[in-house]
Design a protein around this ligand. Structure first.
Ligand SMILES: *[C@@H]1O[C@H](CO)[C@@H](O)[C@H](O)[C@H]1NC(C)=O
Ligand SMILES: *[C@@H]1O[C@H](CO)[C@@H](O)[C@H](O)[C@H]1NC(C)=O
Ligand SMILES: [Zn+2]
Ligand SMILES: [Zn+2]
Length: 367
């Protein structure tokens, strides 16, 4: 009983402690290496005593460096997750001296390692939305299937840290020196990548059961695309660092190229102008009419014509086009009239029309 209680308390205490370094960096416990880097990048700049004159800033800066130092090191992070601050102390043998936070900062921003981090491939996707979404603005949820670092081995590919061994063949260097005879009695040394460890310097004895040693797993990620009213066609929205993850690179970007769907007989857009085709009868073409056009967001635009409307006539309605982003203005709407003639007419109508067109002053006579 007591042992169980003690264990429960111990587990609780471990969790409580484990939350702290994560809290300092304002990241979740499942945060990826990239999340931790980004959090450090953001916070260390904000609390750097050179910039931040708040008396508490220096303490924060030191805490942030410590949190980053632990959480960016997979071994230390695992110990910290499992055994908290106490475990870390034991691991560091009580002789730990915290790395100089300014050195941590310097090597992060000025160091070569960071600049050398390879970027993974970015993905560009054509993304179609309704024109009404571009007219009104919208938030659209979508999903992307991608690879993320295995959360079991955190991208090492090994079942546990104890299964990662230094390659005995190359001594961990990842390369071997081979002696080649170039002339009888004359040798040259050249460096070749180690075959046994694939040049990594480390071999894995037992693969991670979760990812089969592949270091990454399939994941479906959810995102929201925010479309401001009046977004231009072909605009590229970048989701930074959201492409496939891998321990070998810093993930590239997911880029969406946003366009509106073209629908037959529907609205057309060109920059800030909108185009609509309205079909009217011959009576309306001759006598004039009042109609209601329902706009992309459902509001009514009255179409009013007095007198004759020629087939193909384009009426300009100012201010009923697309919103112009950044300004509280709209482009214009162009309505093109299409006139349909009846397929046939009755004898009676025929007589009446003939009479009308023959009467003095009719349009026919003037031609
Ligand atoms: C790992 O490999 C086994 C056997 O080869 C297979 O059944 C399993 O689906 C694989 N798991 C993953 C996550 O790839
Ligand atoms: C157009 O809509 C208005 C209300 O928005 C309505 O009063 C009017 O009768 C409609 N006109 C036509 C021709 O449908
Ligand atoms: Zn090797
Ligand atoms: Zn794994």
């Amino acid at each position: 009983m007591h042992a169980a209680l003690f264990l429960a308390l111990f587990v609780l205490a471990t969790f409580a402690a484990a939350a702290d370094l994560y809290k300092v960096l304002d990241v979740h416990q499942s945060a990826s290496e990239k999340d931790i880097r980004q959090a450090y990048k953001r916070l260390s700049k904000r609390f750097h005593p050179d910039k931040n004159k708040d008396p508490d800033a220096e303490n924060r800066f030191v805490e942030i460096a410590r949190a980053y130092e632990v959480l960016s090191d997979p071994t230390k992070r695992q110990i910290y997750d499992r055994h908290g601050e106490e475990g870390l102390k034991a691991h560091e043998g009580g002789q730990h001296q915290q790395a100089n936070p300014f050195d941590v900062f310097q090597s992060f921003f000025g160091g070569h390692q960071h600049q050398q981090a390879r970027r993974g491939p970015s993905s560009l996707t054509e993304f179609e939305v309704q024109l009404s979404d571009m007219y009104q603005g919208a938030s659209i949820d979508f999903m992307i299937k991608k690879k993320i670092l295995c959360d079991h081995c955190r991208g090492s590919g090994a079942a546990s840290d104890n299964d990662i061994h230094t390659c005995t063949s190359c001594g961990g260097a990842g390369v071997k020196l081979v002696k080649q005879q170039i002339f009888p009695g004359m040798f040259a040394q050249s460096q070749v990548s180690c075959n046994d460890c694939g040049g990594r310097g480390k071999v894995i004895k037992k693969k991670c059961p979760h990812c089969n040693g592949s270091k990454v797993v399939d994941h479906t990620a959810h995102y929201t695309l925010d479309i401001p009213a009046g977004m231009s066609e072909g605009h590229e929205v970048v989701f930074e660092g959201e492409a496939d993850e891998s321990p070998d690179w810093e993930a590239g970007d997911v880029i969406l190229r946003v366009r509106s769907k073209k629908e037959k007989g529907g609205w057309r857009r060109k920059e800030s102008s909108l185009y609509w085709k309205e079909t009217i009868g011959i009576d309306e073409a001759l006598l004039g009419f009042e109609r209601n056009l329902t706009h992309l967001d459902g509001h009514i635009v009255p179409l009013v014509r007095k007198g004759v409307t020629q087939p193909g006539y384009v009426q300009t309605i100012t201010g009923e086009g697309m919103p112009i982003s950044g300004r509280s203005a709209h482009g214009d709407l162009f309505v093109e009239y299409n006139v349909v003639l009846p397929l046939e007419i009755s004898q009676q109508t025929r007589r009446k029309l003939a009479e009308a067109f023959q009467s003095p002053g009719s349009a026919h006579d003037e031609l």
